[in-house]
Design a binder for this molecule. Structure first.
Ligand code: HEC
Ligand code: HEC
Length: 171
């Protein structure tokens, strides 16, 4: 093969590999964020008391149950008018864990027994197994608060990005 041809082939393969990495096509070291999903009402109504939880973090049946019981939402009354509630519910369901192609979403879904409908991500077996090395005392630190405050340690949590390279536990 001519030298210039070898060079051309080499350059083409480098370019396509980095394009794949950038698009998240190859899971380079635990990357691959959940696909972007957004809805204006969800952003406004579900971020007042805590961070925004990406819809890919729970299965459809969990979102349905949660949205049908907002009057008793973890000890709070988070009731919405019916139209807003239904729009947010549709958005969450359409982007739920089992509808996603994301690896972490699929593992969360698979870790939940088929007869269970958890309302907490933090109670799924996937979550507890991934955090078994984080002590309960760490979660209680002043600038963390609880395990549910993902964004304290995963700065891109609201984008559904839980890449290992992005984890930083505040002191
Ligand atoms: C009035 C305040 C309030 C509003 C509004 C609210 N939440 Fe919550 N939410 C809470 C509280 C309090 C908890 C429990 C937090 C904890 O244990 O640290 C919670 C917990 C959660 C959890 C479980 C987190 C875990 O432990 O894994 C999810 C999921 C959730 N909320 C989703 C939503 C969605 C979706 C909406 C919008 C429809 C919403 N929340 C609106 C107060 C609220
Ligand atoms: C106190 C900091 C902290 C909080 C809060 C936290 N995490 Fe983590 N998380 C970690 C650490 C540390 C690891 C890495 C464990 C390892 O590398 O073995 C991890 C790992 C993960 C992973 C696996 C990454 C991978 O592929 O290996 C996911 C997904 C994840 N966390 C999601 C969440 C979600 C969702 C929440 C909130 C409901 C959350 N985390 C809250 C510290 C935290």
């Amino acid at each position: 093969m001519k030298k210039w041809m070898q060079f051309l082939i080499l350059m083409t393969s480098i370019t396509s590999t980095s394009a794949l990495l950038a698009s998240g096509g190859i899971d380079g070291g635990g990357g691959n964020a959940m696909p972007p999903a957004t809805n204006a009402k969800w952003k406004t109504e579900c971020s007042g008391c805590h961070m925004l939880y990406h819809p890919g973090l729970l299965p459809e049946r969990s979102w349905n149950k949660m949205m049908n019981g907002l009057d008793k939402h973890f000890g709070e009354n988070a009731t919405l008018d019916a139209a807003t509630r239904d729009e947010i519910k549709r958005f969450l369901v359409a982007n739920s864990a089992e509808k996603s192609t994301n690896r972490r979403s699929n593992r969360i879904d698979q870790s939940i027994p088929s007869d269970a409908t958890p309302l907490r991500i933090t109670e799924t077996r996937y979550f507890t197994s991934k955090h078994d090395e984080v002590s309960p005392l760490t979660f209680k630190r002043k600038n963390i608060g609880s395990a549910a405050n993902c964004i304290a340690c995963h700065k891109n949590a609201e984008k559904g990005d839980f890449s290992e390279s992005q984890i930083r536990i505040p002191r």
